[in-house]
Structure formats: structure tokens, C-alpha cells
Design a protein around this ligand. Structure first.
Ligand code: GDP
Ligand code: IMO
Ligand code: MG
Length: 434
């Protein structure tokens, strides 16, 4: 059985949680490999809504290994709350394993995130203010605290002491009393360590064992390709690599352990936070897509910016991820539009025209979508379960996307519910099984 990596192919919130939940039924282990509780993955099962920020989306299946890999940054307060909420709903969380090497988000990371945004003023990134960037910065600066440190008072105190001094200095202009008390912080994080100890493990080994036994492993991405710190719309990005290559680093496996890469893309595009967005709609159509799609952030509740599907960006996402399959979600949201626009190229200043996603920030910031128009459909497609059930225009839209991106569409979302999907290629082993 293969290792399947499931990643966002746009700016996040593409419906990764739902797809992971679907495929996880067949898997032995599900591993989150990057990001932190900036993510918000929604799963709707029998009308019940679950929102996960840190816990992998496979947790609703009892007994599966759900792993928070070494590449994730963990706010232990958020994680324990998430565990409590699941227990209150009688969900078995005993299969959760947390990498001992995953880094910890500390109170000063949250303060620094907000201070950083304040400092940037109008230029702010629009982060989730969950401390993600500062936590990854400390990891790279070798001042990070790891989950295993929460299990040893002496080490924890030493590491917090080393990390905290430079924070006091940088926070001084922004926070009157940063209340960075070493003793109380150490005690609070030791308590988290005690609480989470039974879940902390050498998670890479668990993944290797599953792979060696020929079991299916899902690598669950957070965010999306265009928020990638290397390949996204820098600096308006997150502080990790949400692309498939990072699954190896963040789970502790090699490239040969990732056999398929599924890119999840909405039938249109959304973005939350600042930064370039060539196909953004500032009109009533954009407003309508937001309202119909319920495009408000799972984590912060912010209204998501909306726009038409951007083919050059999707082709770029396909290339940097090595996509083998596409899942197109929220096709139902486009029902009722007489015409559907698709961006096939960009125009820039001085009548420049280009079809590749621009690498240069000045070009990207001024890029505007050039569109073709496809026929829309009026039917409600929420009950369609096979490609043949879809109106011809909806099928044509999917065919167009697959052809333009050069990647087959294997799965289509026609509503938020777990059952509201269409498997497009029943020759795929997983499609048959699911
Ligand atoms: P993620 O971060 O990629 O897991 O996505 P989010 O959960 O943040 O946002 C996706 C939203 O769209 C959630 O509210 C899902 O319940 C919903 N959703 C997923 N697939 C579909 C679909 O095919 N149709 C509709 N209407 N909603 C969907
Ligand atoms: P999921 O996994 C959408 C965005 C923020 C901001 C930028 C940097 O649910 O798809 P950060 O807090 O990471 O430093 O913010 O990244 N962002 C997301 N946008 N979905 C997400 O996660 C996101 N996680 C971060 O809005 O623009
Ligand atoms: Mg989300």
C-alpha cells in the first residue's frame, strides 16, 4: 500500500480535512507533518461538526495511529483543549502520538507574533497570531523547546532561560508587562508535559513500522502551496513548507515513502490574510461565492477573500508538489452561476502577458487574471454521487481543469458532508475501497 500525501494546492482551506477523513478509513497511520494550530480542518460526519487544529483528521476512527510529526509546532494548551473536547464527545484519543522532537509554542511566541504584526502596521501579513512564525524562528535559531523537554524540569528551565532573554528585549516596545515569569512558565509547561506524556513517542519509528508492514500511511498537510515559505507569495506566507517535499522532513521518512501526492483545490479560490491574489473578486460575485461557500476562517473566523479558479497558480502548485491527483472541492458552490470564469493567464503592467506563476514579487503584486468563460449549470449537485449524475457543464469544467493542469481529478466535493463526494476514477485502489 502506498504512502499518500494530501496537501493544499491553493492558499489553504481547500477541504483537506474532509479528504483526509475519507481516505483515512483505509489507512493505518495519519501524520500531520508541518504547521501548527494556524490550521483549521473541518470534518462533518452525520451532521456533527469537528474542527481540528492540531490533531490529525484521522482521529475519528478508533484505534488508528494519529501522529503529530516532528515538523509541527505545538501549542500544548490548544492540544490539551482539543483532546478534552474530543473526550467530551466520547471520541477515543488513545491512538494519538506526538513526536518528542516537535517544537513547542511558548507564551512569548504568541506575544511576538502580535508584536510583529503591530510593528508591520499596514504591511502586516495577517497571521493567525498563534505564535507560528516565532516558534519556527526559534527552532531555526536553535532556541526552541521540544516536546521531550516538557518531561524534564531541569532541561526545560535551562532552555526557557536561554530563549527568554532576547524576547524580553524585543517585546519591550510593544508589551508593558510581558509577564514572562520563568518559574510559572516552567510549572505550566511541566504540567502540560505530564498530561501529554503518554502520547509522546518516537513517531518516525511508528511510521516506518507501518510502511515496512505495507500499511497505508497518510501524510496530512496544513495550509497550501502558495503559503509555502520558499515557494509561496513571500513574505505573505506561513513559516513552514506546506508542500509534499516537507512530508519527508516533518514525518521522518524518505521520498520513496511518498507514493502519491493529492492536491486539494476548491473549484474557485480563497485566501485569508494579506498578500497578492491575482484572481480576487471585489464585487457582488465574490460576495456571493463567500456567502454560498461559507467562506469564513475555521481558526480565526475572518472573512476569506474569494476569486475565480487560477490555472497558472494551480499548475505551479502541481509542479512544486509533484501532484499525481487532484481533488476538486466545493463544486456545488458554483451551481447557479450562468458563466464560470477561469484564469488562464495574467496581465501585468505595460501590457505584459504571461502564463506562468510569476516568481518576482513586483510582477506578482500587479498581476491580474485573464479569463475564459465556461458555461455554468443551474442544478443543485449536492446529491450527485457519480460523474454521470453531474450536469454536462460541471463535467466539462472538471475536464477542463484536469487537462489544463495536466493532472487527473480523482475526487470531487459536492457538499460539506462526508458522503457528498464523487470518486472520478474507480480504477484507483483507494477509490474502490472508500
Ligand atoms: P482545510 O483547512 O483544507 O481542511 O479546509 P477548512 O475545513 O478550513 O475549510 C473547508 C470548508 O469547506 C469546511 O467548512 C468544509 O466543511 C467545507 N467543505 C469541504 N468540502 C466541501 C464541498 O465539497 N462542498 C461544500 N459546500 N463545502 C465543503
Ligand atoms: P489550513 O490548514 C488558510 C495564513 C494566515 C496568514 C498566513 C500566515 O486550515 O488550510 P501564520 O499564522 O501561519 O503565520 O499566518 O498564513 N494561514 C492560513 N490560511 N488556511 C490555513 O490553514 C492557514 N494557516 C495560516 O491567514 O495569511
Ligand atoms: Mg482550514
Amino acid at each position: 500500500m502506498p504512502g499518500i500525501c494530501i496537501v493544499g494546492a491553493q492558499w489553504g482551506d481547500e477541504g483537506k480535512g474532509k479528504v483526509v477523513d475519507l481516505v483515512a478509513e483505509r489507512a493505518d497511520a495519519i501524520v500531520r507533518f508541518q504547521g501548527g494550530n494556524n490550521a483549521g480542518h473541518t470534518i462533518i460526519r452525520d451532521g456533527e461538526v469537528f474542527k481540528f487544529h492540531l490533531i490529525p483528521s484521522g482521529i475519528l476512527y478508533p484505534g488508528k495511529r494519529c501522529i503529530i510529526g516532528n515538523g509541527v509546532v505545538i501549542d500544548p494548551g490548544v492540544l490539551t483543549d482539543e483532546l478534552d473536547a474530543l473526550k467530551a464527545r466520547k471520541i477515543d484519543t488513545s491512538g494519538l502520538r506526538i513526536s518528542a522532537n516537535a517544537h513547542v509554542i511558548m507564551p512569548y511566541h504568541l506575544l511576538l507574533d502580535t508584536a510583529g504584526e503591530t510593528k508591520l502596521g499596514k504591511l502586516q501579513i495577517g497571521t493567525t497570531r498563534r505564535g507560528i512564525g516565532p516558534a519556527y524562528a526559534d527552532k531555526a535559531a536553535r532556541l526552541g523547546i521540544r516536546m521531550q523537554d516538557l518531561l524534564d524540569e531541569k532541561i526545560l528551565k535551562k532552555k526557557i532561560t536561554a530563549a527568554i532573554d532576547p524576547k524580553r528585549l524585543s517585546l519591550r516596545p510593544y508589551v508593558k508587562d510581558p509577564s514572562l515569569d520563568l518559574q510559572s512558565m516552567t510549572e505550566a509547561y511541566l504540567t502540560y508535559g505530564h498530561r501529554l506524556e503518554r502520547h509522546i513517542a518516537d513517531t518516525a519509528r511508528i511510521v516506518w513500522d507501518a510502511l515496512d508492514a505495507d500499511k497505508l500511511v497518510i501524510y496530512e498537510g496544513a495550509q497550501g502551496a502558495l503559503l509555502d515559505i520558499d515557494h509561496g507569495t513571500y513574505p505573505f506566507v506561513t513559516s513552514s513548507n506546506p508542500i509534499a517535499g516537507a512530508a519527508c522532513v516533518g514525518a521522518g521518512v524518505g521520498p520513496k515513502d511518498v507514493n502519491e501526492v493529492w492536491g486539494i483545490a476548491k473549484a474557485y479560490v480563497t485566501r485569508v490574510g494579506s498578500g497578492p491574489f491575482p484572481t480576487e473578486l471585489h464585487d457582488a460575485v465574490g460576495e456571493e461565492i463567500r456567502a454560498r461557500g461559507g467562506e469564513f476562517g475555521t481558526t480565526t473566523g475572518r472573512a476569506r477573500r474569494t476569486g475565480w479558479l487560477d490555472i497558472p497558480a494551480l499548475r505551479y502548485a502541481s509542479r512544486i508538489n509533484g501532484l499525481t491527483s487532484l481533488a476538486i472541492t466545493k463544486l456545488d458552490v458554483l451551481s447557479g452561476f450562468e458563466k464560470i470564469k477561469v484564469c488562464t493567464a495574467y496581465s501585468g503592467p505595460d501590457d505584459a502577458a504571461f502564463t506562468d506563476f510569476p516568481y518576482h514579487q513586483s510582477v506578482l503584486h500587479h498581476a491580474k487574471g485573464e479569463y475564459i468563460e465556461l458555461d455554468g449549470w443551474t442544478e443543485d449537485i449536492g446529491d450527485c454521487r457519480t460523474a454521470a449524475d453531474l450536469p454536462q457543464a460541471a463535467r466539462d469544467y472538471l475536464d477542463y481543469i484536469a487537462e489544463a493542469v495536466g493532472v487527473p481529478v480523482v475526487l470531487v466535493g459536492v457538499g460539506p458532508g462526508r458522503e457528498q463526494v464523487i470518486w472520478m476514477q474507480d480504477s484507483l485502489p483507494l477509490a474502490e475501497a472508500a
